[in-house]
Design a binder for this molecule. Sequence first.
Ligand code: PLP
Length: 356
Amino acid sequence: MKIHNFSAGPCILPQVVFDKMAQACLDFNNSGTSILEISHRRKDAVEVIDTARALVKELMNVPETHDVVFMQGGASLQFPTVAYNLLKEGGKAAYTQTGKWAENAIKEAKRFGEIEVIASSKDQNYNYIPKGYTVPSDVDYFHCTSNNTIFGTQMKEFPNSPVPMVCDMSSDILSRTIDVSKFGVIYAGAQKNMGPAGSAVAIVQKDLLGKTGRNIPDYLNYETHIKKESSFNTWPVIAIYGVMLNLQWLKEQGGVEAIAKINTAKADAMYAEIDRNGLFTGTATTEDRSQMNATFVLNNEDFKADFDAMLKEAGVVSLAGHRDVGGYRASMYNALPLESVQVLVEVMKQFEQKFG
Ligand SMILES: *Cc1c(COP(=O)(O)O)cnc(C)c1O
């Protein structure tokens, strides 16, 4: 049976990525050795990470002022890394608090200095994106989360920031066009929309670095990874290979602009059904709805077992919502085809016919 994987992360990837990764596990580049047992300094391994970095630059139109690095520790290690690299001794930073991941980013940054939460949607269980706030000019940087994976909200535009803007784009990087030059740092754990788990990407404006007066551990210093071209220590070759293949696939689809159109079509179809169908209610404020993660609940929980059985029968998997929201969450990352959304919509329609 065909499976429709709506997982919030690690995400669905294109079949061609799985096929090539599987082959590389058996024999990488006809070398007689598996990609799992080779040095990260072997020529064809270096080519993998170089290609992946170049593809991020190309697909996101990264300007010369910025560089792209791959690190480990996921987005979670980027939370303190950002503060380490940008928050001066005795300095201050401004954060928006728009979800669980933003909370974690704030918590980690607080270890390094004063954090001012300039806007929050916690009062409504993060079901909207705060607007109308002003980013202060007396802080070292401003941090926001572009897409709130758990709550299903997404920033449709970014504020004008008088200080470097840092953004956690873990769950919507490469899903829509972004003007990278507006950001000091963009970072993302790979496993939401970029590849398998095992790496994080950071796009860093180079001239912001080296100014905090802090004694930064080598690994957590962006300058280290820029200088060593992401090969400071042993990086996970198989994980970055997966990222590289997925980026090559994205390029073949026509790049970010092309996939953004498909993502809009998927989200439109999904939200149209949530709004039309009397048995479901969307949990995020309409204007702030995420194109990546659509969150919704059953109006009558008594029918949950019936709906779940119908999903299972249709091959729809990983649709359960995060425990902080409950209900359902349809994650529609780049690799999820429109067809999968259509299958889910069809199940919702049939469910309404049976139980509505
Ligand atoms: C998943 C997620 C994270 C955490 O990512 P890890 O790579 O698991 O550390 C951070 N921010 C956002 C927006 C996420 O969706």
